[in-house]
Design a protein around this ligand. Sequence first.
Ligand SMILES: [Mn+2]
Length: 427
Amino acid sequence: MQIHAEQIEEHNKKALPDHRDALASMASRLEAQKTDPERIIRQLSRFQIAIPSWALGAGGTRFGRFPMGGEPGSLEQKIEDVGLLHALNRSSGAISLHIPWDIPKDTAAIKYLADEYNLAFDAVNSNTFQDQPGQEYSYKYGSLSHTDPAVRKQAVDHNVEVIRYGEALGSKALTVWLADGSNFPGQQNFRKALDRTRQSLESIYAEMPSDWKMLIEYKPYEPNFYSTVIPDWGTSLLLAGKVGDRATTLVDLGHHLPNTNIEQIVATLMMEGKLGGFHFNDSKYGDDDLTTGSIDPFQLFLIFTELLEEDHAPEEVFSRISWMIDASHNVKDPLEDLLQSVEGIKTALAQALLIDREALNEARAVNDVTMAQQVLQDAFRTDVRPLLRESRIRSGAAADPLRLYRKLEVRKKLISERGEDSVATGL
Ligand SMILES: [Mn+2]
């Protein structure tokens, strides 16, 4: 299925009268505060968030899975799904592939198809957290950290294979997330496991093209419940520092223990030039599977506040860092959930762009705690939806992507094309 420009135009035409009023009143308020709405609208249009190929089907838990119907059954259909999202919001212009779930059989044809939907290939992701059919050695007791050099070599070779697929598709980064760890005290020698992981990462790094970066993801627990080899940002940063200049830390919002100050982690990593990428999601208790911005939008706003703190050139920050959603949707239509997540992310970005930095810096310099907080609250409590809508309309996206998705009955059409039983590979 395709969404055509005329369908978007027709939808936008109906939204325009109300939208123009809302935007005009917001623009005059912003101008009175000496904020240029045009600058923010431009930045919003530029910001793109990659969609992971594994988030396009209904996710499951270890208790069960409830398929959505019309899920993409092939890599081609996954690209089609991301193409639909991008047509609706013009903010999802890249797809992040997971090998071996998405091995491109004909890379030239896949690249051509992605081009047709105006999609680029974001970071490629390796998988050494499960065994594949026909695989010689098991990852039951680890992969890059395994005690047996033959298992480590198999895991390194897999990562190199992922890099080669990524090269053929025009990707520029490899994301490594390790499930390696231990379930019981005494099971693993922490120091040796970490050192073996460093050595394996160095072997992979040596095979990366010179314009690639490595994103080292961390996670405190699960699937292992006693220790994880890369449990936190400090360990990731330590490894990235040893492995090389283009090895960086990836922050997955859900991969923190409750109440961790993620914005402070972001600030430190930015200061060190080691923040390579983001996985967006939200969580209430643990892990990472809820719609971005659905639980703690203020935290997301504070993260963007830190991301844009360093300088006044957001474009530079946009291009330096890889932005991706990483979530799995158990009960919602994944495409609807992804539209909401992108909206949640861009809302936080718009609010952070509204911060009066001069006033904030002044308040901080004289320790005016009340006013420093007030400056942030003024930005966070602003309804930025007219700015988001305007940036979408100017980019040829739908004024209201979710409502148009429903009106066009996209899921119903995907079910009729692909069938009720079509199930996506992934989590
Ligand atoms: Mn992740």
